[in-house]
Structures are given as structure tokens and as C-alpha cells.
Design a protein around this ligand. Structure first.
Ligand SMILES: [Zn+2]
Length: 177
């Protein structure tokens, strides 16, 4: 395994569309391992292959000590809405609020090349959708929103409840359906 260099905005590769993986080769598995290691080293929660200079549809998310990885991911279904402060390893000095689905169901391939379906809510849904955006050249700052006063109230309540323990704050839930 090896650390990969993270491409920083405005690197033009971050604005390109990633291509599907044709076959899950040992090279793809090695990339997944490197992405995991890089994510841990950078204390991040998500990484998409274009962020390490590889224009392929591959993402890795690390939340609550658990890795989730998908090759050729697709969103099958979304529900609800959350709002939360996001950041990105490719834009280390930026942070802004973004609205994302509360729930997401996705399909893709695992590292053995098997078709898998997964579901996620809250912070994990946010992270997966953020990484999906990277695969089509979209950055989170493109989706920047200013919370409405009632949204800000929900954010404050949600943050207070969580006690600002670390950067991994769950987003405020706006709706679940
Ligand atoms: Zn990002």
C-alpha cells in the first residue's frame, strides 16, 4: 500500500468526468487500498479516485471506523433532506453548508467484482453523495447554500446535541421522506 497525492483545487482533473471501471483488476484493488490508507492518513471521511488523479468511477468512505467502497457506483434512490457543513480534502481551506438526501440507496461493484447494493442515512449519505459528485466533476462548493433561519435553528440544535466532539458532525435532518 502507498499514500497517493491528493489533487487540490483548481486542478482541472477535479472538473472532469470519471469513466467506468471495465474490469476489477488487481490494480483497481491496489488503488482501493491506497485510497483507504490516504483517507486515514489525511483524517478524511471520503475520497473519490479523481482526487488522487485517477479518472475512474471509484469511491471510498470512512465513517465511524468503517470503510465503504464502491466501484461504478450509481444512486438508485434518495429520500429526505439534510443540511450540514461540508469540507473536502481537495479544498482544505473551504467549508460551506450543502443540502443532501437524508437517505440514499446505491449499487455498484465491490472489490471482488460482485454487484452490491447499500443503503446509508445522515452523514454517510452526505459523504457518499459528495463523492458521487466528484465522479462527475462537481465540487461541494458548487452546491453551497445559506441556511434559512429555521434551518440554522435545526443545525444549532443538532450540533448542540452532538457536543461538537469532532469534525464528524451529523447533518441536521430537514425531512426524512
Ligand atoms: Zn471532496
Amino acid at each position: 500500500m502507498a499514500l497517493r497525492e491528493i489533487r487540490l483545487a483548481p486542478d482541472p482533473i477535479l472538473r472532469q468526468r470519471a469513466k467506468p471501471v471495465i474490469e476489477v483488476t488487481p490494480k483497481v484493488v491496489a488503488l482501493l487500498d491506497d485510497m483507504r490508507e490516504t483517507l486515514l492518513a489525511k483524517d478524511g471521511i471520503g475520497l473519490a479516485a479523481p482526487q488522487v488523479g485517477i479518472l475512474r468511477r471509484i469511491l471510498v468512505v470512512y465513517i465511524h471506523d468503517e470503510f465503504t467502497e464502491l466501484i461504478n457506483p450509481e444512486i438508485i434512490e434518495t429520500r429526505g433532506l439534510v443540511i450540514g457543513m461540508e469540507g473536502c480534502l481537495s479544498m482544505p481551506d473551504e467549508g460551506c453548508y450543502v443540502r443532501r438526501p437524508h437517505y440514499v440507496r446505491m449499487k455498484g461493484l465491490d472489490r471482488n467484482g460482485n454487484q452490491v447494493v447499500l443503503e446509508a442515512t445522515g452523514l454517510k449519505s452526505v459523504a457518499l453523495c459528495h463523492e458521487m459528485d466528484h465522479l462527475i466533476g462537481v465540487l461541494f462548493t458548487d452546491r453551497k447554500v445559506e441556511p434559512t433561519p429555521s434551518e440554522q435553528q435545526l443545525i444549532d440544535e443538532s450540533n448542540k446535541k452532538q457536543g461538537f466532539k469532532d469534525e464528524m458532525v451529523d447533518p441536521a435532518v430537514l425531512s426524512v421522506e
